[in-house]
Structures are given as C-alpha cells and as structure tokens.
Design a protein around this ligand. Structure first.
Ligand SMILES: OC[C@H]1O[C@@H](O)[C@H](O)[C@@H](O)[C@H]1O
Length: 318
C-alpha cells in the first residue's frame, strides 16, 4: 500500500506519496482565492506504479540519459540497462519506482516532509551503497525541494523531481508566459544524447530569454531539451494570465530539462479537461551523459562526499 502524506501552510498544500517520493498534488490559490492543483496528478495512486511519464516522481540514480555504452569511473567500465539506445532516468527500475522511507514530517509555519531511499551497490549497474534523501519544505509562498546523497564508494549521482506543471490546473500551457534565462541548449544526437556542444537559442522557438507566451513569435513544436542556465535570476519563470499564478524556479543546478508532452493519457489523470500541450516540466539537474563529457560539470560523487540539489518554486499572484 502506498502511503500519502499532506503538509500545508496558509498558501500551499503539498500531497506526497512514499512511492517514488512523488509529488501527487501541489495546490495553491488563484487570484480569486480558488484552489488550483498546479501539477498533473493521477486519479488513482496505483497508476504511479506504471508511471512512464515519471509524473511528480523523484528521479535517480541518474536523471536524464546516459549513452548506451554506459560509462567509465576510476578506469572501470559500468554497463547500464538501455531502451531506445539510451539509459533513461536511472534504468529499468530507477528511484521513481521504489518505495521511499518516510523519515520525518513537521507541521506549523514551515512544514516539511523528508523521505530517504537506500540504493545498494550495483543496483541498476551503479557502484556504491548510496543513501539519498528528499525534503519538501513550505515557507510562505515557496516550496523547496532538497535532494541529498552520500555513497560509500565513488559513484555518479544526478537527481531531480519530475513535476508536470500547468498553472490553471487544466487545459494547455500554450497560453502561459515563459521566461528561461539561457542562451544555449545542449546539442543532442538522434538518441537525445548530448554531443558535448551547445546550440544557441537565438532566432529559434527555444528562445525564452525575454518573457513571451509559449505559442507566440515562433510556431511551438514542443520541447524536450536541456537549457544551459545563465547565472542570472530567475532561472525560469512561468505565468498564467487566466489564474494569475506565477511560478519562479530557482536552483543550484546548471541545467533545466524543459519537457512539454503534446498529449497525456487523460483517462488516468484528475486534471480535466486537458488540451494539446497540457503541461511543462522543469527538471533542474546536471547534464545528461555527463560521465562521458569532461567539459560538463561532473556528476561524480566521491565516497563520503555530500550531494545537494536544491530547487525552490515560488508562487506569486498577479
Ligand atoms: O516521459 C518521461 C520524459 O522524461 C523527460 O525527462 C525526458 O527528457 C523525456 O524524453 C521523457 O523521457
């Protein structure tokens, strides 16, 4: 049985489940004071077990992709599970498909909930006994998602949360206004594996350096790419005129995978109705395939070293 836990303050209510340490619902108020669930949610918790979208889940041991040849660490070759010629989101059964331990939950002004997961040495082909944690904390109009980890051997680690946002709680994100402070995205091959080069967003539908409606200026063709974040706040910002809700994304990570599926299986989802391009993910993380690229920030986690990925979502009303 999956266990569901709710934390809330006067502005935000967060419902998580221990399976995948998943965010099930993230509820805030629109400008008329009505509740809006700003993430896409499955109706039945059971559906998170067959979650090929990784809806709301904590993703690991390696969020994103690693090339089919695996990787080398300290001169040793590590082979990984592959599908469609790539290793995706930690393998066949990554952290999104594990039951995490609920470590602690607090109430009051700044409520929080902390989950942990212990990944054994060589689980999914990765070296090192690894303990990871995710802590969700609400402070006023902010949700902070803090991932931490420690291993007893050198390993690689790249964690992220996989929420699908829609600031109206339904419909489409095409009318949302988006800003991403990135002049480059990662260039990728036919298997969505980075080539190691950057590609300028200038004069393409990827360019959100100036805030604009997603479907304006360029024909929107969907995005499934890594933005290389410029060190400028905010990393990303999204706003819906309809609800008046603005969400600001801040993170200590170098990249954000922006993913906008064209459709989602509405029969299993509680947000209704859904339209074309129903949601957008902001997966703040290090780059895909980093273990095979010396020019990318390293995803190596040395024995005993402490890993942190801290991402904060701020909700404002306009
Ligand atoms: O459905 C899960 C999705 O996860 C994203 O992070 C990834 O970039 C997409 O290609 C897709 O695999």
């Amino acid at each position: 049985m999956m266990k569901k836990y709710t934390i809330e303050n006067s502005l935000i209510k967060l419902v998580t489940i221990d399976y995948g340490a998943t965010i099930h619902q993230l509820i805030t108020k629109d400008r008329n004071g009505n509740d809006v669930n700003v993430v896409i949610s499955f109706k039945e918790l059971e559906n998170y077990k067959h979650n090929s979208n990784y809806l709301g889940a904590s993703v690991g041991r390696f969020a994103g992709r690693i090339r089919k040849e695996g990787f080398k660490l300290n001169g040793k070759q590590y082979d990984l599970y592959t599908k469609n010629d790539a290793h995706l989101h930690g393998g066949k059964e990554g952290f999104s498909f594990k039951t995490w331990e609920m470590e602690s939950i607090t109430e009051g002004e700044n409520p929080s909930i902390k989950y942990s997961y212990f990944s054994k040495d060589m689980e999914e082909g990765y070296p090192g006994n690894l303990k990871v944690y995710v802590t969700y904390t609400l402070i006023k109009n902010e949700l902070t998602i803090l991932f931490e980890g420690e291993s007893d051997q050198d390993t690689v680690l790249n964690l992220t949360n996989h929420n699908y946002y829609n600031l109206n709680g339904k419909g489409s994100i095409l009318d949302h206004e988006l800003q991403i402070n990135a002049k480059n995205i990662l260039d990728t091959d036919e298997n969505a594996i980075p080539t190691g080069k950057y590609k300028a967003v200038e004069s393409t539908h990827y360019d959100f350096r100036e805030k604009r409606k997603i479907n304006s200026d360029y024909e929107f063709k969907g995005i499934d790419d890594t933005y290389v974040l410029d060190e400028k706040e905010p990393l990303a910002k999204i706003y819906s005129e309809e609800s008046g809700i603005e969400m600001i994304v801040a993170s200590n990570q170098p990249g954000v995978v922006v993913y906008t599926p064209e459709t989602m299986d509405e029969s299993k989802i509680s947000n209704k109705p859904l339209e074309r391009y129903p949601s957008i993910c902001f997966e703040t993380e290090k780059f895909s395939d980093s273990p095979n690229h010396n020019n990318f920030l390293s995803t190596e986690l040395k024995k005993g070293e402490h890993y942190t990925n801290e991402t904060t979502l701020t909700f404002n009303l306009k």
